[in-house]
Design a protein around this ligand. Structure first.
Ligand code: ADE
Length: 277
């Protein structure tokens, strides 16, 4: 059983496509959606992540397919959406979660590195949204949630991903206004620092950078994958029918940090999570 606050069968008869669905926030979102009745299609560049994700979902009784896809490549996105429709019948919900970046001072980022991060985090969300709209959502509506980041004050040491995610925040509004008449809602979530499963694969220096900033928020801790997934599910759900073009911050106030009243040490906002560490 997957821990959830949502009612059983909330996403019954729905099909969700989740990019980067094999790991981290994407997998957590996929697990919870499938537990609530959705058929989930995981899209990822990495076959082993897909296999692992599908297995994890099936173990909890959910139904999942994995499709290899490079979201930076238009043809790969077209093939992915066609295969998803072929395997699952249709797509009702899209979560643009896949992303990738690397820490670097701006002056050391090559054009190739810059372009790669923009293509993954901004172009990928655009290509996937466009293809799913053209093949499914134009005719029957749907809901899109993009996963971006806390880039509201810039994103020092990852300027490429900050620029890309700010672009997706803006794209969220453009698509919401263009596609509302088709019954399509488009929203984003902007997580703060999350203790995601991928964190352990980061270089030690970068990991300690994250942990050193862990308490710069009102919960005085890192966020959990479950806390981000809960927000994504809400925005996908019919309860958010009157919300579109919005970005919901899931950062315990990290983005409104004030040096005038710095967060104090406490544990009064315990994490929403499945398992104790
Ligand atoms: N995750 C990170 N980069 C990706 C890409 N280009 N395509 C799909 N998933 C990804």
């Amino acid at each position: 059983m997957v821990k959830t606050i949502y009612k059983q069968h909330l996403f019954k008869d729905k099909t969700a496509l989740i990019t980067g669905g094999g790991t981290g926030i994407g997998l957590r979102t996929s697990l919870e959606l499938s537990q609530l009745g959705a058929v989930v299609v995981l899209a990822s560049r990495k076959k082993e992540n897909l296999e692992n994700g599908v297995k994890t979902i099936e173990k909890t009784g959910g139904k999942a397919f994995g499709i290899e896809c490079n979201i930076r490549d238009e043809e790969s996105v077209e093939n992915c959406v066609a295969e998803a429709i072929e395997k699952a019948g249709t797509i009702d919900l899209l979560v643009n979660n896949a992303g990738g970046q690397f820490p670097s001072p701006a002056e050391a980022i090559s054009q190739k590195g810059w372009n790669a991060v923009i293509e993954t985090n901004l172009t990928g969300a655009f290509l996937m949204s466009k293809e799913v709209f053209n093949k499914c959502f134009r005719d029957k509506g749907g809901s899109i949630v993009n996963v971006i980041a806390n880039m509201w004050n810039g994103f020092p040491m990852m300027s490429h991903t900050g620029a890309a995610r700010a672009g997706v925040d803006n794209l969220t509004k453009s698509l919401a206004v263009e596609w509302g008449k088709y019954g399509v809602r488009v929203n984003s979530v902007a997580p703060g620092l999350i203790h995601s499963s991928g964190i352990d694969s980061y270089a030690d220096e970068f990991k300690s950078y994250i942990f050193s900033a862990a308490k710069n928020n009102q919960a005085n801790r890192l966020g959990t994958e479950e806390e981000v997934a809960a927000a994504i599910l809400f925005l996908l759900s019919p309860a958010a029918a009157y919300i579109t073009g919005e970005t919901m911050r899931v950062d315990a106030g990290e983005s409104i940090y004030s040096p005038l009243v710095p967060p104090s040490e406490h544990d009064k906002i315990p994490p929403f999570k499945d398992k104790q560490e």
